[in-house]
Every structure is written in structure tokens, then in C-alpha cells.
Design a protein around this ligand. Structure first.
Ligand SMILES: *[C@@H]1O[C@H](CO)[C@@H](O)[C@H](O)[C@H]1NC(C)=O
Ligand SMILES: *[C@@H]1O[C@H](CO)[C@@H](O)[C@H](O)[C@H]1NC(C)=O
Ligand SMILES: *[C@@H]1O[C@H](CO)[C@@H](O)[C@H](O)[C@H]1NC(C)=O
Length: 369
């Protein structure tokens, strides 16, 4: 009875300490902890609050983390027990300059953790990563996402980073990359990788894709996403996939400025497993030639088709999506005329919502099949 009023008296104090802008904040469930060290003279020790969180996000305001290098040479075995006890499963590190040896030290330490998902954003990695000694392995990641990460070692970075990850990575996404011309000879096979997302690399193009898709390194690939990746024709992408020997089930080419076909381009044999092709938001005025003969999903929404495609122009498709093309929807064409090149906006109509709702259901069902 006495305790409750005492606690209430403390409340103004709590509010006061929150107002003094702690760089780190953890939610009531101790689930998610977010640190923003952008301010002047950040108190790094505030990050200890995140020790028991499952999701941790740290932004460094572009700072160089060199000052932590001294501790980086310590043997991570010393604190293995503490790291093993962490609940941490998802970690995002953003807006810092990291010397490669420090990144290595972090990965070594996380090797004792249960970290599943690592995201690096707006990072500059300086120097080179040493190869691991035989017994050392990094975290057992299932997903690795990189956005705007630059590496001093150019195209060798993926092979260097891969050495520090336990095998088993399922999802790899690399956006705004500085180099996707990987050193394929040094790369090991990503034997469990089912999703490769190279979206938001507008300078990639089909030639860059050939360099990025190292032959036979992605044997389990099912989903390949190339949104806004400078792709020019579906056939060119097909050729790059054939050269790499990848056999995805779904290919997302939306938000590329696609043309129907390069003149005189040779025919390409699509992967036999390909069942879903997304060509939406691609500025298409006609259905591209040389598409796969049979698909379960073909998304041609938000293009510039002025008349209904004829059956002989289309593959055999169970789920054809054509909404928001000018022939169906004069409003859409008005919007598209305002955007040159790739159609940027494609507002939702009742039709879109209806169809995408059905699709979401279908996709949900597919996940459990
Ligand atoms: C981090 O803090 C700075 C000010 O110190 C603020 O401008 C910025 O928006 C914050 N970033 C995030 C992601 O909250
Ligand atoms: C990319 O990251 C660098 C820091 O490494 C940053 O200065 C730059 O603003 C970022 N670019 C974008 C487009 O966010
Ligand atoms: C195709 O891509 C667009 C844009 O990226 C997305 O909104 C749409 O849901 C995708 N379609 C399918 C069938 O997944």
C-alpha cells in the first residue's frame, strides 16, 4: 500500500531523465532498443541499456569508430558467456565509418550470439578484412541486408565478408552498392541462399548483373529481385541468368525502364522453374517479346499499354495483372504522362486493391504449401 504512492512520486523524475536525451531508448518490453549517437559528444555507454533487447538499432552520425579499435584485438572467448546470454536476434548498424578489423572483431564476438538478421546502412568500411583463423566463425545469420555500404577492397568485399559468416545465409540484399563486380573465384557457394535482392542499384544494368551473379554460387536461389536496377529488356536479364546458371522461381523486374526487346537480340531460354514475373512500373507500351511460354503470375500493371494485349502476345498465365494501364484506366495515363521514363506513381484504384488483396492471399497460401 505504501509502495505505490512512492512510485508515483518518482514518475516526474523518470520523465525528466527521458527529456535529457539519452542516446539509447528501449521499449517497455525490453524488445527493441534504438540508439542515435548523432548528437555532439555521445555517451556510448548508454548502449548498455540494449543488452537485453532482441532488436537493436544503432546509428552513429557518420562517426569514425577507430577509437574502439584498441579493444578489438581482445580474444572474444573472454566474453563468450555474456554474448551467449544475449537475446539479440536483429541488429542494425548505420551511419558510421568502421575500420575492417573492428568489423571483424564484431563478427567474431557475434559468432557466440543468436543473431539472425544483420543490417548495415550508410557505412564506410576502411582497410581490409583478414581471413579468419580456422576455428573462428561469425554469426549464424539467416539474413544480411546492406544499403549504401562502401568497402576499401572493391569487388573482393563479399568474399571477405562471407568468410566471417557461418554458412546458412538465406536472404542477401544489397542496395545502393558501390561495387557489385564480385571476385567470383574467391567466393564460396551460398548453398542455402533463396533470396537475392539487388534492387535499388540503378547503375547495375544487365552487364553488371552478369558480373554480380557469380556462376554456380547461388544454387538454391528462388527469388531474384532487380527492382530499379537499370535493367533494359527481360531478354537481357534472361541471358544473364542463363550465364550464371541461376533458376529462380520468381523474378521482379518492376521499376525498371524496360523496352520490349533489343533489336536482333537472340532468343533466350528462361529458367524452367520461373513461375512469377513482375514487369510492373516498367514504362512498357507493349508486351515484351520472348517472355516465358507459361507462368502462374505475370504482373504488367502500371505500364503504358494502350490496348488490351492479344492472347498470342502473352504467355499462358493463370494470374495476369493488367490494372492501371491507359487502355483500362484513362486516369492512369494522365498520371503517367507527367512522369517521363519509368512510371513513378500508380495510385491505388479499387481494382488494384481488389487484385492485390487476392494476390496477397494467394502468396500467403503459397508460403504454406
Ligand atoms: C538522430 O538525432 C539527430 C539529432 O541529434 C536527429 O537529427 C536525427 O533525426 C536522429 N535520427 C534518427 C534516425 O532518429
Ligand atoms: C551513403 O553513406 C555515406 C557514408 O558512408 C553518406 O555520407 C552518404 O550520405 C550516404 N548516401 C546516401 C544516398 O544516403
Ligand atoms: C510487382 O512489383 C510492384 C512494385 O514493386 C509491387 O507493388 C507488386 O505487388 C508486385 N506484384 C506482385 C505480383 O508481386
Amino acid at each position: 500500500m505504501v509502495r505505490a504512492p512512492c512510485l508515483l512520486l518518482l514518475l516526474p523524475l523518470l520523465r525528466f531523465s527521458a527529456a535529457t536525451l539519452e542516446p539509447c531508448e528501449v521499449d517497455d518490453e525490453n524488445f527493441r532498443c534504438v540508439c542515435n549517437f548523432t548528437g555532439p559528444q555521445p555517451d556510448w555507454s548508454s548502449a548498455f541499456q540494449c543488452m537485453t533487447a532482441v532488436e537493436v538499432e544503432i546509428r552513429g552520425g557518420g562517426r569514425n569508430l577507430e577509437q574502439f579499435l584498441k579493444g578489438a584485438s581482445a580474444d572474444p572467448k573472454q566474453y563468450a558467456d555474456i554474448v551467449k546470454a544475449l537475446r539479440l536476434q536483429r541488429l542494425t548498424v548505420g551511419a558510421v565509418q568502421v575500420p575492417a578489423p573492428l568489423l571483424v572483431a564484431l563478427l567474431r564476438a557475434l559468432g557466440y550470439s543468436r543473431l539472425k538478421e544483420l543490417t548495415l546502412e550508410d557505412l564506410e568500411v576502411t582497410g581490409t578484412m583478414q581471413p579468419p583463423p580456422l576455428e573462428a566463425t561469425g554469426p549464424p545469420l539467416s539474413s544480411l541486408r546492406l544499403r549504401n555500404v562502401s568497402w576499401a577492397t572493391g569487388g573482393a568485399w563479399l568474399a571477405e565478408l562471407q568468410q566471417w559468416l557461418k554458412p546458412g545465409l538465406k536472404i542477401l540484399s544489397i542496395a545502393q552498392a558501390h561495387s557489385l563486380a564480385f571476385s567470383c573465384a574467391q567466393l564460396h557457394s551460398f548453398s542455402a541462399l533463396h533470396t537475392l535482392d539487388l534492387s535499388d542499384n540503378p547503375g547495375l544494368g544487365e552487364r553488371g548483373l552478369i558480373a554480380a551473379l557469380c556462376p554456380h554460387k547461388f544454387p538454391a536461389l528462388r527469388d531474384l529481385a532487380l527492382r530499379n536496377a537499370g535493367m533494359q529488356t527481360p531478354n537481357g536479364v534472361c541471358a544473364a541468368m542463363a550465364a550464371a546458371g541461376v533458376q529462380p522461381h520468381s523474378l521482379d523486374l518492376s521499376h525498371n525502364s524496360l523496352s520490349a526487346a533489343a533489336p536482333g537480340a537472340p532468343r533466350c531460354d528462361w529458367p524452367s522453374a520461373l513461375s512469377s514475373l513482375n514487369l510492373s512500373f516498367a514504362g512498357l507500351e507493349q508486351v515484351p517479346k520472348g517472355l516465358p511460354g507459361k507462368l502462374s503470375v505475370l504482373d504488367l500493371s502500371c505500364n503504358r499499354l494502350n490496348k488490351a494485349p492479344r492472347a498470342d502476345e502473352l504467355p499462358v498465365v493463370s494470374n495476369l495483372i493488367l490494372d492501371r494501364n491507359p487502355y483500362l484506366d484513362p486516369e492512369a495515363s494522365k498520371q503517367q504522362d507527367q512522369n517521363s521514363g519509368v512510371v513513378a506513381a500508380c495510385a491505388h484504384s479499387a481494382l488494384t486493391v481488389g487484385i492485390s488483396g487476392t494476390l496477397a492471399l494467394l502468396r500467403g497460401a503459397g508460403d504454406f504449401a
